[in-house]
Design a protein around this ligand. Structure first.
Ligand code: CIR
Length: 256
């Protein structure tokens, strides 16, 4: 069974952390509606939703992806790179405990799940303003016994590695080459975002389909031309908080 762990939008999301974006008013009701539709898309793709209650004091807590790295064999509870986000991990750790053996990133390591792109047994980790070498070394120590390779990747100009590149098919990535070196990903085929849509590289592959924001029609067209099957949805209010589609869930297999 595929589980998608999500968390209700915080009523305080307007006070979210912003790094590369200017602050714009967020319509909280619309953000909640868009988030619910996102959960419905995940459910339609076969996920069972494990929905965590809102954390009113933690503006960015809807972005659960940043709090953990969930692999088939283990889960790593991160130490988010923004101080305001450090308290988000406790409740996620508690929720993940029944599913996985947990490992914890310790100071001075900092890492956001948004910087972690797993492709098969290779885990790429963005060296961003949020994630550092100390955390990468700790991740290596946790996952190498399970046969994973870990590779640090320079990221410039965007928040996370997965702002710059995500997987859209078994052998295909969607990428903004301005923010990450396209040579990093070996034999993978690459689809470039449209030059007018710098933020369009964040897509969420679930089973055979890709959950994709309606905000990037030109890149959407490129994906469709490549035969990528899309489940599109409007997440414009979450995009204002510098989030997108990967960041609102933790998706993993559970055998019961
Ligand atoms: C932050 O700056 O941490 C949030 N406002 C946005 C986090 C988005 N996370 C993600 O894409 N993985």
């Amino acid at each position: 069974m595929l589980i998608a762990m999500t968390r209700e939008v915080s009523p305080n999301i307007e006070n979210c952390a912003l790094t590369y974006l200017e602050r714009h008013a967020i319509d909280i009701d619309l953000a909640r509606t868009q988030h619910r539709q996102y959960e419905e898309s995940l459910a339609a793709l076969g996920c069972q939703i494990h929905h965590l209650p809102a954390e009113p004091d933690l503006p960015d807590s809807v972005f659960v992806e940043d709090t953990a790295i969930v692999l088939d064999e283990l889960a790593i509870i991160t130490r988010p790179g923004a101080d305001s986000r450090l308290p988000e991990t406790a409740s996620v750790a508690k929720a993940l405990e029944p599913y996985r053996k947990l490992y914890h990133i310790k100071a001075p390591g900092t890492i956001d799940g948004g910087d972690v792109l797993r492709i098969g047994k290779t885990i790429y980790i963005g060296l961003s303003s949020r994630s550092n070498l100390a955390a990468i070394d700790q991740v290596k120590g946790f996952v190498q016994p399970y046969g994973y390779a870990v590779e640090g990747v320079s990221v410039a100009g965007c928040l996370h590695l997965k702002s710059a590149v995500t997987q859209v098919a078994k052998d295909t990535l969607l990428i903004n080459r301005d923010w990450v070196d396209a040579g990093t990903f070996g034999a993978m085929a690459l689809i470039d975002v449209d030059p007018q849509e710098a933020h369009a590289a964040n897509a969420l592959l679930v089973s055979e389909k890709v959950i994709y924001p309606t905000s990037y029609p030109r890149t959407q067209e490129r994906l469709e031309k490549h035969g990528i099957l899309l489940a599109t949805g409007d997440v414009s209010e979450l995009i204002k908080a510098e989030g997108a589609v990967t960041c609102c869930s933790l998706i993993f297999q559970h055998r019961d």
